[in-house]
Ligand binder design. Structure first.
Ligand SMILES: [Zn+2]
Length: 245
């Protein structure tokens, strides 16, 4: 099927927003060179044909921490809801609907691009999640809970890798530990949207409490044997995650 035909086969039950149209176009661009074969069933397939541990090991060892493919995989943490992974994947590509991006797309004009928390600076992804005084208070509260004292990067990808490194444990524990990071991003994004669209705002302390609760809910759903009470989770995080921070 040609790209044009494929694109025309999408039928939407409502009009798409600017943001959604951008995602559809992006997917169209990424899949334009893929040829579909209607005569074959879908199946999993290893890049060079025959899977080998040696080749897989070489791919893992040669991949730098910040390449696009690695970050794509990192965003797909097993313990978080899909909508959160999609947000982080878009954040890693700087494609979220921050005001600076909406100005670039012609959706907003420059005079509408200030941070909703009235910092008098243009709102971009770094500002939303790390630089604005509001998220900084939320991070400070979460880091106090984790008993971690450090300055964090203001770039999402570097911040994520820095956070992941704070765990200092194996892959499985690190993946669970990173759920905390994803929850912070999710709650900060929702808090920012509530401020933009309803001018409502919660305190940084309220949001950090919300973060603790949402992580507990996600892990309870996704991790076998995670049967801790909310209170036990909040007061014994390291033991519940099987880590030593
Ligand atoms: Zn701000």
């Amino acid at each position: 099927m040609e790209r044009e035909e494929r694109h025309q086969r999408f039928k939407w039950s409502r009009d798409l927003s600017q943001e959604e149209l951008a995602v559809v176009n992006e997917i169209g661009e990424k899949t334009q060179n893929i040829t579909l074969d209607s005569g074959r069933r879908d199946s999993w397939n290893w890049g060079s044909g025959q899977y080998s541990i040696k080749e897989a090991y070489e791919i893992i060892m040669t991949r730098t921490p910040f390449d696009e493919e690695t970050n794509y995989i990192e965003a797909w943490n097993r313990f978080i809801p899909l909508k959160v992974a999609v947000l982080v994947w878009r954040l890693f590509q700087n494609k979220i609907a921050s005001k600076d991006n909406l100005v670039k797309r012609g959706v907003l004009n420059q005079t509408q691009s200030d941070c909703p928390f009235r910092c008098a600076v243009t709102e971009n992804a770094s500002h939303i999640f790390f630089e604005c005084s509001f998220p900084m208070q939320v991070w400070a509260s979460v880091l106090r809970w984790l008993n971690i004292h450090t300055a964090m990067h203001n770039n999402a990808i570097e911040n994520y890798h820095q956070f992941k490194g704070l765990c200092g444990m194996g892959r499985m524990q690190a993946e669970k530990f990173c759920v905390i990071w994803f929850a912070c991003i999710w709650i900060l994004w929702n808090g920012r949207n509530e401020k933009v669209f309803r001018d409502s705002s919660r305190s940084a302390e309220q949001m950090s409490e919300e973060i603790k609760i949402i992580i507990w809910k996600w892990l309870k759903c996704k991790v076998k044997g995670f049967n801790y009470s909310l209170n036990h989770w909040i007061t014994n995080l390291a033991a519940c995650l099987g880590i030593g921070c």
